[in-house]
Design a protein around this ligand. Structure first.
Ligand code: FE2
Ligand code: FE2
Length: 295
């Protein structure tokens, strides 16, 4: 299902990662990880809840990220021609980054299937995408911008809360942090395309509220299904882990609720979210694990 057709692959395009200041705004990075050898069932520090919550998120990525690519491409194609040219580099970077995420999370998800988990979220999303095909493309870009806000906020949480990946297998910690860094990098793209299309504040906020409820329901349901397939849902220790991870002092809700809700304010722009210093540090300290393959 996943492929790398959207990612520059010519070897001549591969060059060592430059310093952040030399790098293009949205470089496409090839991460040097090999997921084909499989990984531990409780890869996230032996913590069943943290493992299966992130597994659930990963399950939604390949279908979701293809939808984001299609929506933003279509949105740009509807802009006046002179504006399209100005969007070319930004669009190439966004598409390349999301296509690489799709590819690696597709490999990650294939291993989850081998471990006996079932990806229901992808079917819920695919059906919804099919049903929404007749809506005007500005709605698809609004939905993409809403999801991109979720991913940017969760990405900042992941980068600033090392405990979310405490004890994780090193390769998988790399995968999640690389994805988080790039989500922070391209957090404004869908939003700016939406504005360039003339999308209204009311429509933007409506779709965010809709997506928020849907995301909450689907992430909870897929996490529960993962725990059920893994035979872990009934253990009190699993729910203790869940309470800590979601609602603890440095948990997901505490880190995310306020920045997520900022999207509801009229006049909000994702550039108002502070970038985590950890993103730049990651790019600097992990140069050996990625190559820039496109810009
Ligand atoms: Fe992504
Ligand atoms: Fe994204």
């Amino acid at each position: 299902m996943s492929d790398l057709s959207d990612v520059p692959t010519a070897m001549s395009d591969v060059r060592p990662a430059g310093s952040p200041s030399e790098a293009p705004r949205l470089p496409v990075r090839r991460l040097r990880v090999d997921l084909s050898r499989g990984f531990d069932r409780l890869w996230n520090g032996g913590d069943a809840f943290r493992t299966h919550y992130l597994n659930a998120l990963s399950m939604s990525f390949p279908v979701g990220e293809q939808f984001f690519i299609d929506a933003v491409r279509k949105g740009v194609s509807l802009l006046p021609e002179a504006e399209q040219a100005r969007w070319a580099a930004e669009l190439r970077g966004f598409v390349g980054q999301e296509a690489t995420h799709r590819f690696l999370h597709g490999q990650f998800n294939a291993e989850l299937e081998r471990q006996g988990l079932r990806n229901h979220w992808q079917h819920w999303a695919a059906k919804r995408i099919e049903r929404s095909a007749r809506l005007h493309p500005v709605n698809h870009v609004a939905v993409t911008a809403a999801y991109e806000h979720f991913t940017a906020v969760l990405a900042t949480g992941l980068l600033t809360h090392p405990e979310w990946l405490a004890g994780a297998s090193p390769e998988l910690a790399l995968l999640w942090r690389w994805h988080a860094v790039e989500e922070s990098e391209h957090k404004t793209v869908a939003f700016d395309v939406y504005r360039a299309m003339g999308g209204s504040e009311r429509r933007r906020i409506f779709w965010f509220a809709y997506i928020a409820v849907q995301f909450l329901f689907e992430s909870t349901a897929q996490t529960w299904l993962n725990l059920w397939h893994a035979g872990r849902w009934w253990r009190p220790s699993t729910w203790g882990q869940g309470l800590r991870f979601l609602f603890g002092a440095r948990g997901v809700w505490g880190a995310s609720l306020v920045p997520l809700m900022r999207y509801l304010r009229p006049g909000f722009h994702p550039a108002q979210l502070e970038d985590a210093a950890e993103a730049a540090q990651w790019l600097e300290s992990q140069r050996s694990v990625y190559a820039i393959v496109g810009e």
